[in-house]
Design a binder for this molecule. Structure first.
Ligand code: LMR
Length: 397
């Protein structure tokens, strides 16, 4: 029956992470997957999250089905966190927000929804982008193309070429944008560049789909949400996927959200209805536990401020690690190849290492980096950064 089923070659991120788990070497270092580890190399359990878990578990234990759209308290907290507490679109009821299975679930529900209403549109992602963007949109039946983004010579952005490419897209093309901490390059648009994009999206009648998986890991919770807030305030109809995997260290709970900014309240209600229809057709309704914990933290002032300060410390530690590896590579790596450790933001640095150098890093030194050259600097710590810097210097020399 299944004799024609071919072998799955594996996922460039998740399968590599599984290879890492199986690697018996004690000195191995995991800089492959986008996970924040603390200075002892452990997955942190945030204190605010732990307190919220205890509060949730002390409550009634019944676990009814959630509504297809998810937990109401969670959905409103997502809106405020993503769009800010003074967002006019939110106040006007123009945003349809759904609880989703992580950021990936938000992208999937959004892309299935878009395919139903814009079957002839094509999707445009940055070159490069998170590997799973292409897989997700192609899975919904879209043709996926790329727009210019990363400049490998400077380690920065090819903004003029990006803007020109987007200006040339057919109306109703879907443009996937990273709100902050671009995955995999760590290179973001600045405020002026976002502002320059707004009239292009509007005049070309494009559908912006903003992915925000790393809110709080760049410059701060509000600062990192600049793009979705700008688009919503400018009256641009757009979709925004957000995730709590990283900023709550709740990877396995699959907590995310999909928000669609609409023209008016009536449209938002109809869009929400069609999004819930997509959910029903895929998995009926989302799970309760993780969303209850996230909602408890976001809606309880004391837990919220504790969470914000813990997240701030994570952000600071990543910056310190960027400086530490930069220092360790001085004299071995030069120019933009060195400076990108400091100039790029968030969990990732696009090292410029070739696939062959990455393979050597893994085979000879037990240091795992993606074959694209993406390094998760949030996996560096005071004990491994020296070893990693020596290994990178050795394969690059
Ligand atoms: C990553 O990019 O490493 C993370 O977002 C994990 C994933 O699902 O790929």
């Amino acid at each position: 029956m299944f004799e024609k089923v071919t072998a799955y070659p594996g996922d460039p991120i998740l399968s590599l992470n599984e290879d890492f788990q199986r690697d018996p070497r004690s000195g191995k270092v995991n800089l492959s997957i986008g996970i924040y580890f603390d200075d002892n190399g452990k997955l942190p359990v945030m204190e605010a999250v732990q307190q919220a878990v205890q509060q949730v578990l002390a409550g009634p234990g019944a676990r009814p089905y959630l509504p297809m759209s998810g937990l109401a308290d969670y959905r409103s907290a997502v809106q405020s966190l993503v769009f800010g507490s003074s967002c006019e679109a939110q106040k006007a009821g123009r945003i349809a927000t759904l609880q989703t299975l992580g950021g990936s679930g938000a992208l999937k529900v959004g892309s299935d929804f878009l395919k139903r209403y814009f079957p002839d549109s094509q999707v445009w992602i940055s070159d490069p982008s998170w590997e799973n963007h292409r897989v997700l949109f192609e899975g919904s039946g879209f043709k996926v193309n790329t727009y210019p983004y990363y400049d490998s010579n400077t380690g920065g952005l090819r903004f003029d070429e990006m803007l020109a490419a987007i200006e040339g897209l057919p109306a109703r093309s879907i443009v996937l944008l990273h709100a902050c901490c671009h995955n995999p390059t760590g290179v973001d648009l600045n405020h002026e560049q976002w502002q320059a994009l707004v009239p292009v999206l509007r005049e070309r009648n494009l559908i912006a789909f903003v992915d925000m998986a790393y809110q709080g890991f760049g410059d701060g919770l509000d600062e990192d949400a600049y793009a979705p807030r700008l688009l919503a305030d400018a009256g641009i109809t757009c979709l925004v996927a957000n995730s709590f995997s990283k900023n709550f260290s709740l990877y396995g709970e699959r907590c995310g959200g999909l928000s669609v900014v609409c023209a008016d309240k009536d449209e938002a209600q109809r869009v929400l209805g069609q999004l819930t229809c997509t959910v029903r057709a895929n998995y009926s309704n989302p799970p309760t536990h993780g969303a209850s914990v996230v909602a408890r933290v976001l809606n309880t002032p004391a837990l919220r401020s504790l969470w914000e300060s813990e997240l701030g410390a994570m952000r600071e530690r990543i910056l310190a690690m960027r400086h530490a590896i930069h220092k360790g590579l001085q004299g071995h790596v030069h120019g933009p190849a060195l400076e990108r450790y400091l100039s790029q933001r968030g969990m990732f640095t696009y090292t410029g290492l070739s696939a062959e150098q990455v393979d050597r890093l893994r085979a000879q030194y037990g240091v795992y980096v993606l074959r694209s050259g993406r390094m998760c600097v949030a996996g560096l710590n005071k004990n491994n950064v020296g070893v990693v810097a020596s290994a990178v210097a050795a394969v690059q020399s």
